[in-house]
Design a protein. Structure first.
Length: 237
């Protein structure tokens, strides 16, 4: 058997992709996106995808490139943001959207990884979010039932990883990446730094290697800033 480490993103995706599959893609805004794996997905030409992700990239970046290439059929996400292409495709009826409150999205993914098929939450009760879903009263308050989310493939990005698949995330990138790594049939991690086995202390591991099937070292990260806000320089005395 070969190890978990692959030479590049295209090789890591080999034998995993098929049209119509569901993919979880980590990241929060422009932080923690598996940029190399997304580029390889675009190059593969796989289509009819259902993508589970907090958002869908930004103009010319990340999952946006799959949208522009006509590869995504449905998005399950919590934030459309300033993504004009996302907005236009949805309004034109060319993209299906399941809009999920952000906390509920995270919990549905976590539930998928934990083997919990459904749970109840007060978020969304009395709104379009709850339409067509069962509700129940608990201690005098109404709750709506939400179903787990699971995927054929999860692509995640970590700061560090070792050949066993143990991962360490950095700051905001820890939002969706760790839970997605647990909720798919196959999890592929791209890491900024591939370090020797044993160099990550056990207490530092955020995602144990048992959840990671393949790992690849990424390159060429852009470090974009979505909204740059500065204040005027003070006038010299």
């Amino acid at each position: 058997m070969r190890g978990k480490v692959f030479s590049g993103p295209a090789e890591a995706l080999e034998g995993v992709l098929f049209d119509g599959m569901t993919i979880m893609s980590g990241g929060f805004g422009l932080t923690g996106n598996p940029e190399n794996l997304i580029a390889a997905l675009r190059a593969s030409g796989v289509k009819g995808l259902t993508i589970v992700s907090n958002n869908c990239g930004a103009d010319g970046f990340g999952l946006w490139t799959l949208l522009a290439n006509g590869q995504i059929a449905k998005m399950i996400s919590s934030y459309i943001g300033e993504n004009k292409l996302f907005e236009q495709l949805y309004l034109d009826g060319k993209l299906e959207l399941e809009l999920v409150p952000q906390g509920t999205l995270a919990e549905r993914i976590r539930a998928g990884g934990a083997g919990i098929p459904a749970f109840f939450t007060a978020t969304g009760v009395g709104t379009v979010v709850a339409e067509g879903k069962p509700t129940e009263m608990f201690e005098g308050r109404r709750y709506v039932m939400e179903r787990w989310l699971r995927a054929d493939l999860a692509i995640v990005r970590a700061w560090k990883g070792d050949p066993e698949g143990n991962l360490v995330f950095r700051k905001t990138a820890r939002n969706f990446n760790p839970v997605m790594a647990t909720a798919a049939k196959v999890t592929i991690a791209e890491v900024e730094h591939l370090v020797p086995a044993g160099s990550i202390a056990a207490d530092e591991v955020h995602t144990p290697g048992i959840y990671v099937d393949r790992i690849v070292e990424g390159r060429g990260y852009e470090r974009r800033i979505e909204k740059l806000t500065t204040r005027p320089r003070p006038v010299a005395a």
